[in-house]
Design a protein around this ligand. Structure first.
Ligand SMILES: CC(=O)SCCNC(=O)CCNC(=O)[C@H](O)C(C)(C)COP(=O)(O)OP(=O)(O)OC[C@H]1O[C@@H](n2cnc3c(N)ncnc32)[C@H](O)[C@@H]1OP(=O)(O)O
Ligand SMILES: CC(C)C(=O)C(=O)O
Length: 566
């Protein structure tokens, strides 16, 4: 089998709605919805290896810590593990007062009874009933008419009403999901939902949760939003309903569908952390929450240590989170490409505390999620001077002048081109040392003395030249000028920069000189020392030595076998 030339013979387009009264496209989200985590149910039922009791408890505690107030803790009639776990939460009093646990059941008497038994004695519980109502399911799975499908929902609702009424020690909330809602006829979805709301006896003071799932995402998110707004406006007792959505991600647009559904009138969203769940997953609540956060709206969920949440989820689900996953993936706050690095570096440099976040390419501050800036800029063959110099600045306090950035990034580029590998911050520094700081042939600095003379200074600089001790003496209008004279070479100083690294007694000085020797192209030298004059002499010798190395053709030889640290 391969892809069809004409897929229209096999697949139907989703029918369009004539719903011109829609208002959701003009709305804005201004507050978070009620969040419901279904990690321990829809997430769990989709795992290769469902969670055991220990993993379930770990996930539950993490969900509570994050701030979820409604947590679907399982499908208690499905397995003894689920049932026992839910019992342990209740019996061991592990559910905080402000958190409500939820349990799911099919509309079958034995399963409903077992489900209610599982939460016996809970302070508050949501019993969640579902049955599929879409035409395909009526025809293929149940072989039932519309009326029969409606009766399945009503029978379950009435039984749950009766069983919960007999257990007044628990505050019961009822939730109904017309499964595959988004593929069902809207008039039929309304008919079933209105009947269920009636049968439960919902009132504004005793609301029912009506959850309208995109069990299989089969249309664009705007279509789902239209369906939700239509229900929102047409349900008979909207004031007695918490309207909930439950998007899956088959088309990759679950997040958009959930956001648009809230614009369309939904009060509540069900989903899983990092989008785990059946097939391509349930909607990712982390992305939804942080999308809100990035718009200045507190989501009511705390992802201040997002890596810790990810570790917990990966442990419990035994599934990895993708490196590109929004907000959490290893690479999502990382820029490899040169122009991005350049813009980010400038963004950080111009950033002032307590102002709006305006760093190009970074929609939110990684630090808010407990992510460090260390990994923001990483260097490979796609990188430019901005990223390279950012790493030197961040890790070693070296603030390279612009033209040196350009010169040095060529040295890095040669390495990344030759190896095809990323270079770490440690590699960048090692290459910088090799290129500028550790070049001590033919001259190696040993020490110096300075004295004032008429109109300037006189310097004596001890060096090893070709391995032998020598003292160079010169006079000039300043120490560098005097040292250049002492060298007795046609060295012209083109540019000079210095800055301190660190503060206080431990501070050192970095000095950058750009020189022209004879008629050669200009080149840089760098010196670092606790004494600023020594740093400048070292910088001059670095430039002279690099020039000599270049002239001797050693440069290429050294770089032909780059050694990366990592
Ligand atoms: C979209 C969702 O995610 S919904 C949640 C789905 N999650 C799960 O199914 C995970 C847990 N489920 C299970 O472990 C099992 O399905 C159980 C234990 C609940 C039930 O297992 P079984 O009794 O073997 O039945 P099975 O799951 O195969 O169900 C099929 C039967 O239930 C009926 N059924 C399916 N859903 C429902 C429903 N919501 N209400 C009433 N009957 C239903 C089917 O029509 C079918 O009936 P038939 O046997 O007369 O043809
Ligand atoms: C039970 C329902 C809400 C469900 O999981 C789905 O439709 O995906």
């Amino acid at each position: 089998m391969s892809m069809l030339k004409n897929p229209a013979v096999k697949y139907r387009p989703f029918p369009a709605y004539d719903f011109s009264e829609r208002t959701w496209p003009n709305r804005r989200m201004t507050a978070p919805p009620i969040w419901m985590s279904t990690d321990l149910r829809d997430g769990n039922q989709a795992l290769i290896e469902p969670m055991n009791g220990e993993r379930k408890l770990r996930m539950f505690e993490k969900l509570v810590e994050i701030g979820f107030k409604e947590i679907e803790v399982g499908f208690p009639s499905a397995s003894q593990t689920d049932f026992d776990f839910i019992r342990s939460l209740v019996v061991e009093d592990r559910v905080p007062d402000d958190v409500t646990i939820e349990v799911l059941t099919q509309s079958r008497e034995d399963l409903i009874r077992r489900t209610i038994d599982s939460v016996q004695g809970a302070r508050r519980a949501i019993v969640h009933l579902y049955n599929a109502i879409a035409p395909d399911f009526r025809r293929i799975v149940f072989n039932m008419t519309r009326e029969e499908v409606k009766q399945v929902a009503l029978n379950g609702t009435r039984l749950i009403r009766e069983l919960t009424a007999a257990r007044p020690e628990t505050e019961w909330v009822f939730q109904y999901s017309p499964e595959v809602f988004s593929s069902a006829e809207l008039d039929f979805a309304k008919e079933v939902c209105d009947a269920v709301v009636e049968a439960w006896g919902a009132t504004p003071g005793r609301k029912i949760i009506l959850n309208l799932p995109a069990t299989v995402e089969c249309a664009m998110p705007n279509v789902y939003a239209d369906q939700i707004e239509w229900m929102h406006r047409n349900l008979a007792r909207r004031d007695s309903i918490v309207l909930s959505v439950h998007p899956h991600n088959d088309r990759g647009t679950a997040v958009a569908a959930a956001e648009m559904a809230v614009l369309a009138g939904a009060d509540r969203i069900e989903g899983c952390l990092f989008g785990n769940g059946e097939r391509t997953g349930n909607v990712d609540i982390v992305t939804l929450a942080l999308n809100l956060y990035s718009q200045g709206i507190a989501p009511g969920l705390d992802f201040s240590d997002i890596d810790d949440v990810r570790r917990c989820v990966e442990y419990c689900n035994q599934l990895p989170v993708h490196p590109r996953h929004p907000y959490v993936g290893d690479l999502v706050f990382t820029a490899f490409s040169g122009s991005h690095q350049d813009a980010i570096k400038k963004g950080f440099a111009q950033r002032k505390p307590d102002t709006f976040w305006d760093v190009p390419y970074l929609p939110i501050d990684p630090a808010d999620l407990g992510r460090s800036y260390d990994a923001v800029i990483r260097v490979n063959s796609q990188s430019g001077k901005g990223g390279v110099s950012y790493l030197l600045q961040q890790e070693h306090g070296l603030d390279l002048p612009r033209r040196l950035q350009i010169e040095f990034s060529r040295a890095i580029q040669r390495v990344t081109d030759e190896t095809g590998r990323e270079v770490s911050a440690g590699d960048v520094y090692a290459i910088f040392r090799r290129e500028y700081l550790d070049v001590d042939q033919p001259y190696r600095f040993v020490g110096h003395r300075i004295a004032s003379v008429d109109g300037g200074v006189r310097v004596e600089v001890d060096v090893r030249h070709g391995g032998k001790p020598r003292t160079l003496t010169g006079v000039g209008n300043g120490p560098i000028d005097a040292f250049v004279h002492a060298l007795g070479m046609p060295v012209r100083m083109m540019d000079y920069h210095e800055h301190s690294i660190g503060v206080g007694a431990d501070a050192t000085a970095a000095c950058y000189v750009e020189v022209r020797i004879g008629e050669s192209p200009t080149g840089f030298g760098v010196g670092v020392d606790s004494d600023i004059v020594t740093a400048s002499f070292k910088a001059v010798l670095s430039a002279v030595n690099r020039h000599a190395r270049e002239a001797a053709g050693e440069d290429e030889q050294t770089e032909a076998q780059p050694e990366l640290i990592d």
